[in-house]
Design a binder for this molecule. Structure first.
Ligand SMILES: *Cc1c(COP(=O)(O)O)cnc(C)c1O
Length: 392
C-alpha cells in the first residue's frame, strides 16, 4: 500500500512543527475570551507564572504573539544598538541566519563560523572576546536544528558573562527537551517557543530577558516600541492589572497553558530523560543500519533531533518521500547547506517516546532498502529495542 501525499501521515516525526499533544489541541478549542475580560487577564497572568516556573527565571518570560522567529528578530531589534559590535557564532543554518538580523541593527557583526556538522569551541570565543573587547553582544544557537548539533551554551555563556557582554540564545528547539535554560547559560535574551519540545502548534514565542539585558534595552533609543517587534511593551503585560500592547493570541495561550501544565506535572527531568533515551535509541538504530550520524561526534548530537547523514551520492529527498509513501512516516529534510545531505528525525515533545525511534529507524531503513541502498534493517531495529531495554 502507498500513502497518498494528500493524506496526513501516520506519524509525524519531524524536527518541528511537531504533532501537538492532544490536550493542547483540546484546550485550544476552549472559549476564546475577550482579552480584557478579568477572567482572561487572571488566566494570562497564571500562564505567564507557569512559564516562569518552567524557565526558572526571576521574572516571567515574555510571551510574544508569533512563532519564535518573531522572538529572535525582536531580540536583535531590542538589544542591539546602532553602535554595537556583535559577535555571531555560526555552526549551522540558524546560527548563521541570526547574523543577518544582527547586521540590520549593529554597527558591525563579526563571526566565528565552523563546519555545520561541528560546534563552536568555547575557548575560541574566550580568545576572540579578549582580542575584541568592543564586542557588546554575542549570539549563538543552542541546537542548530538543520544539523542536529548542540553548542555548549553554558560554557559559552560563562565566558560571555566574564567579558561583560550579553548573549542572545536561540533555544527554540532545545528548551524543554534537555537540561539547561536561561539561568544556567547566563543568557541576556533566551528565545524559545512552545512549538518544538513543548508540543504546541507554531504561534508563540517565549523569551526570557535578564535584568542586565533589560537595562541595555531601556538604554537603547532604537529599541522598538508600539511594534510587533517590541519586547519592551510586553515586559509587564503579564500582570492582570496591566494592559496588553495588543491582543494576545487567546487560543494559543490556552494551548500553552495545557503544555506548561503537562511539562510541570511530568517534571522537567523526566521529560528530558525521555528525549535523551529516544535520541540514544534512534542513534543506535541508525548506526546499526550501517548509516552515519551527521554530527561530527556523537557527544554533540542533539537529544531532540537526530540528523542522519546520507551516504555519498544518495539524495535525502527521495528517501524521505519513500518513507512517507511506504510507511506513512513524515521526516524532516535538511535546510540550506544541509538540504539533500541528511534526514532529520525529530524527538520533540509528544514524539520523544522511545518507541518512535523504532518507527523512524524502520522507515529510514525500509525506504533506503526499497530504493536499492544497502542497509541492515534487522540490525537497526534490534539496536533500537536493545538500547531501550538497556535503560531498564
Ligand atoms: C524551529 C526553529 C526556529 C523557528 O524557525 P522556523 O524556521 O520558523 O521554524 C528558530 N530556531 C531554531 C533553532 C529552530 O529549530
Amino acid at each position: 500500500m502507498r500513502y497518498a501525499e494528500e493524506t496526513p501521515p501516520v506519524f509525524t516525526l519531524t524536527a518541528g512543527p511537531v504533532d501537538a499533544y492532544p490536550e493542547v489541541l483540546q484546550t485550544m478549542g476552549r472559549t476564546v475570551l475577550y482579552d480584557y475580560d478579568p477572567a482572561f487577564q487572571a488566566f494570562y497572568e497564571s500562564v505567564a507564572l507557569k512559564a516562569q516556573k518552567a524557565m526558572d527565571t526571576p521574572e516571567p518570560p515574555l510571551i510574544l504573539q508569533g512563532e519564535p522567529v518573531l522572538g529572535l528578530e525582536a531580540a536583535a531589534a531590542s538589544l542591539i544598538a546602532k553602535d554595537d559590535v556583535v559577535l555571531n557564532l555560526a555552526s549551522g543554518v540558524y546560527g548563521k541566519g541570526f547574523g543577518y538580523w544582527a547586521a540590520r541593527y549593529a554597527k558591525r557583526v563579526e563571526e566565528i563560523e565552523v563546519a555545520y556538522d561541528d560546534c563552536i569551541d568555547p575557548e575560541t570565543v574566550r580568545t576572540y572576546l579578549k582580542d575584541h573587547p568592543e564586542i557588546a553582544v554575542v549570539s549563538v544557537c543552542h541546537h542548530d536544528t538543520p544539523s542536529g548539533t548542540l553548542n555548549d551554551i553554558d560554557a559559552i555563556g560563562a565566558i560571555v558573562a566574564d567579558a561583560e557582554a550579553l548573549m542572545i540564545v536561540d533555544a527554540v528547539s532545545s528548551f524543554g527537551g534537555m537540561p539547561g535554560g536561561p539561568g544556567s547559560c547566563k543568557a541576556g535574551i533566551y528565545v524559545s517557543g512552545p512549538n518544538k519540545c513543548m508540543g504546541c502548534p507554531p504561534g508563540l514565542t517565549l523569551a526570557a530577558v535578564s535584568e542586565a539585558a533589560w537595562a541595555k534595552i531601556d538604554a537603547n533609543p532604537d529599541a522598538p516600541t508600539a511594534s510587533i517587534l517590541a519586547m519592551k511593551d510586553w515586559r509587564y503585560a503579564w500582570k492582570r492589572t496591566n494592559p496588553f500592547p495588543f491582543t494576545p493570541s487567546v487560543a494559543e495561550i490556552n494551548g500553552l497553558d495545557a503544555a506548561l501544565d503537562r511539562y510541570l506535572r511530568e517534571g522537567p527531568e523526566a521529560v528530558w530523560a525521555r528525549h535523551a533515551l529516544t535520541a540514544a535509541a534512534c542513534r543506535a538504530g541508525i548506526l546499526a543500519l550501517g548509516l552515519k550520524l551527521w554530527p561530527a561526534r556523537e557527544e554533540i548530537a542533539s537529544a531532540t533531533c537526530t540528523a542522519v547523514k546520507m551516504p555519498d551520492g544518495v539524495d535525502a529527498g527521495p528517501v524521505i518521500a519513500e518513507a512517507r509513501a511506504r510507511y506513512g512516516v513524515m521526516l524532516s529534510a535538511g535546510r540550506g547547506v544541509t538540504a539533500g545531505k541528511l534526514i532529520r528525525i525529530g524527538h520533540m515533545g509528544p514524539t520523544a517516546q522511545p518507541i518512535y525511534a523504532l518507527a523512524a529507524v524502520a522507515a529510514v531503513g525500509g525506504a533506503m532498502t526499497a530504493l536499492g541502498h544497502d542497509v541492515d534493517l534487522a540490525a537497526g531495529m534490534a539496536a533500537v529495542t536493545a538500547r531501550i531495554d538497556a535503560d531498564g
